[in-house]
Structure formats: C-alpha cells, structure tokens
Design a protein around this ligand. Structure first.
Ligand code: SAM
Length: 207
C-alpha cells in the first residue's frame, strides 16, 4: 500500500529471500565495481544490497513508472551513497544497453523476472548482458525453474499455472533453455544453488 506522500511499494518475498541472495552474491562477485540490477521492482532489494555492499555501486533499473517511484522512495527512506538513481530499462527494447555504454559493469543481477515476462525478455536480458559484461563479469539470475522438463516442486507447478492464466507468454522457464541461450551469448554456466521456496540461483560468467 502507498499513501500520497509515501510511494514505497512492498514485495514481502524480498524480506524472505534477500539474505540468502546476499550470501550468494558475496561469494561470487569480484571485489568491487558497478552492479546493474534489471527489474528492481519495489527497490527493496536495491537499498538492502547497496547498504551491505559498500565496495560496489548498485544501479537499479525498472520499466514500470510507479515501481521506479517506489525505488526512489525507498532510496530516500534508506539512503546509501552507493545506490544510484533508477534507470528506465525494458529488456524487450533491443537497444536497452545503450543507456549503459559508458559504464563498466562487473555484474548484472536479475531476480524474479524471467518467468513474469515473455521469453523474449529473457533473450533480451541475456543478449544485452553478453554485450555489456567483459571477461569474468557475472550474470546472476534468481527464480523458479523446470529441470529435465519437469517442475521441481508442486508449488512451482501451481505458480506456473497461475502465471500462464495471467498471461500466456509468462511461465516458469526450463533451466536448460536459459543455459543454452546464455552460452550462445558468450557465458560459461558456473552453477546453480538451491534457494528458499524451491527457487534457484543460476550463475554465469562471461568468457
Ligand atoms: C516479480 S517482479 C520482481 C521485482 C524484484 N526483482 C523483486 O524480486 O522483488 C518482476 C519485475 O520485472 C519487471 N519486468 C517485467 N518485464 C520486464 C522487462 N521486459 N524488462 C525489465 N523489467 C521487466 C516488472 O516491472 C517487475 O518489476
């Protein structure tokens, strides 16, 4: 809920997954640099991670105007000098990387987006990440995945059915498909890590 004066939005899952994600990020990130977050949503992750990752500049992004305002509102509420103003990025727009062309990135982080957007958004994300990151750069994805053609939990299957009912282009993705398109864009698949609520961290490194 937001009031006229407080534009912060709340996504309760961020409170539940942020510490597990933080633990993974600290184990895979290069020691310092710029991190681009695609699909920052409410901005709760952005302010939380920026406050704990002081060696990094955190660059949130979001295509939805109200969510972008929410990110700014969270930044006012929890200021961190290393959390930058959100950028309007829609990975369905093939030229989205132009906004970042003068910024050297060490990582791109994307949490809970690729199943709540068309498959083309995943393609656009990975293609853009492949062009922006240099050797050793990290692409970090978080969310539910099918593996070996199957859901890994009943809760994920129900969630998938719910997503498809909202929009036929949405849905839980096959891990193997995401690995394949990432390899095509010059990434090495590093590992998956089991996360709370049957989600996965999926980690790639640019060749
Ligand atoms: C479920 S929310 C997740 C937000 C946040 N990462 C989190 O974990 O709370 C999905 C987000 O993906 C964003 N999104 C959907 N399609 C997108 C696209 N094509 N490009 C960039 N972001 C997109 C939505 O605006 C929304 O903020």
């Amino acid at each position: 809920m937001t009031s006229e004066n407080d534009l912060r939005q709340y996504a309760p899952a961020t409170q539940r997954n942020r510490d597990s994600i933080f633990k993974i990020l600290t184990s895979i990130l290069p020691p310092k640099g710029n991190i681009l977050e695609i699909a920052s949503g409410t901005g709760e992750h952005a302010v939380y991670f920026a406050s704990k990752l002081k060696n990094y500049q955190w660059i949130p992004s979001e295509p939805d105007e109200m969510r972008k305002k929410s990110i700014e509102a969270w930044q006012k509420f929890c200021p961190s000098s290393n959390c930058q103003s959100p950028i309007n990025i829609n990975v369905l727009n093939s030229s989205w990387t132009k906004k970042l062309k003068n910024i050297e990135l060490i990582a791109i982080v994307n949490i809970n987006m690729i199943h709540i957007s068309p498959w083309e958004a995943c393609l656009g994300l990975v293609k853009g990440a492949g062009s922006l990151l240099t050797s050793g750069g990290i692409l970090y994805l978080y969310g539910p995945y099918k593996q070996g053609g199957k859901h890994t939990a009943t809760s994920n299957q129900l969630f998938d059915e719910y997503l498809c009912a909202q929009n036929q282009a949405w849905g839980v993705r096959h891990l193997e498909d995401v690995i394949e398109i990432s390899q095509q864009q010059g990434f090495k698949f590093m590992q998956t890590v089991n996360m709370p609520a049957n989600n996965l961290s999926v980690i790639f490194e640019k060749n």
